[in-house]
Design a protein around this ligand. Structure first.
Ligand code: AKG
Ligand code: FE2
Length: 303
């Protein structure tokens, strides 16, 4: 008998984010439950599940594989020992992503989704923010939508997206940034991506987008800031306060996210697994073009 009637979806804001109750993600998920989670992700962009204490790295990987092939942990950052597909998001290791970004957009097939689980949460602070980039596109005035539709942006890993705010962590963050940038990746993506499942249009930018093609640096910076301001409007955001065992599962094709580095010296550690994505397509059918770096070993071709 299916138990899925117990599943409840509790929206957290009008535009993005819902908490799902009644699912043990470490248990066997039948096809109906997987289908309901898929549907809820399309609708709410990011789902949260509390008290998933049994979801160790093996169970997190098994969960991810119910939704499709997984990538390796990262194109340049090695995974957890014994789990090359699990990225260790550990503040003590210098990994605290304080720039708005969509995951791994510097490759030609960025992940379709990411699953992040809190292992150690700080006593205060350290929340993560997610933004609905489809809502951000939708609310642009028509002339700006038309402009965005026509543009491509160069995304690259060649910059310090973890930032550098705390002196005592500077050496660790520098070391992390050195690994992060150790192989150069560059990809030209359409600025507006058509969602392969929902058909929704969304701004596809974030911190790895460093330059709009064909523009001067000055004009490009101004436009990137303009689009970012729409993405980051509070009306488009959801904010999550982590407790150990919490899981966030987001659609990486229609969101951006960032961490907030306001937890002092407290430990903060999460594990991330990502699902392989496909090649983004713009509104006129034009496709992403790889420029530098070979991502074949990072991401299997999604089924
Ligand atoms: O640490 C966070 O809150 C976000 C980490 C992140 O960007 C990711 O796991 O993709
Ligand atoms: Fe991220």
């Amino acid at each position: 008998m299916s138990l899925s009637h117990r599943i409840e979806v509790h929206p957290l804001t009008g535009r993005i984010g819902a908490e799902i109750t009644g699912i043990d993600l470490a248990g066997a998920l039948d096809d109906e439950i997987v289908g309901r989670i898929r549907g809820a992700i399309l609708e709410w962009k990011v789902l949260f599940f509390r008290e998933q204490h049994a979801l160790d790295p093996d169970a997190q990987l098994a969960l991810a594989r119910r939704f499709g092939p997984v990538t390796s942990a990262h194109p340049t950052v090695p995974g957890l020992g014994g789990h090359p597909e699990v990225l260790d998001v550990d503040a003590a290791g210098g990994n605290i992503a304080v720039q708005w970004h969509t995951d791994v957009t510097f490759v030609d097939r960025p992940p379709h989704a990411s699953i992040l689980r809190a292992v150690v949460a700080p006593p205060y602070g350290g929340d993560t923010l997610w933004a609905n980039t489809a809502a951000a596109y939708e609310e642009l005035p028509a002339p700006l939508r038309a402009l965005a539709d026509s543009l491509d942006a160069l995304h690259t890993n060649q910059f310090d997206y973890v930032g550098s705010r705390r002196r005592d962590l500077d050496a660790k963050r520098r070391a992390y940034a050195d690994v992060f940038t150790s192989v150069r990746y560059e990809t030209l993506h359409p600025v507006v991506r058509v969602h392969p499942e929902s058909g929704e249009r969304a701004l596809f930018l974030g911190g790895f987008a460093r330059r709009i093609e064909g523009l001067t640096p000055r004009d490009s910076d101004a436009l990137l800031r303009l689009f970012a301001a729409h993405v980051e409007r509070p009306e488009n955001l959801v904010r999550w306060r982590w407790r150990p065992g919490d899981v966030a599962f987001w659609d990486n094709r229609s969101t951006q996210h960032r961490a907030i580095a306001d937890f002092g010296r407290a430990p903060r550690r999460l594990h991330r697994v990502t699902l392989a994505g496909d090649v983004p397509v713009g509104v006129d059918g034009r496709r992403t073009r790889p420029v530098a770096g070979d991502s074949a070993a990072y991401t299997p071709v999604a089924a």
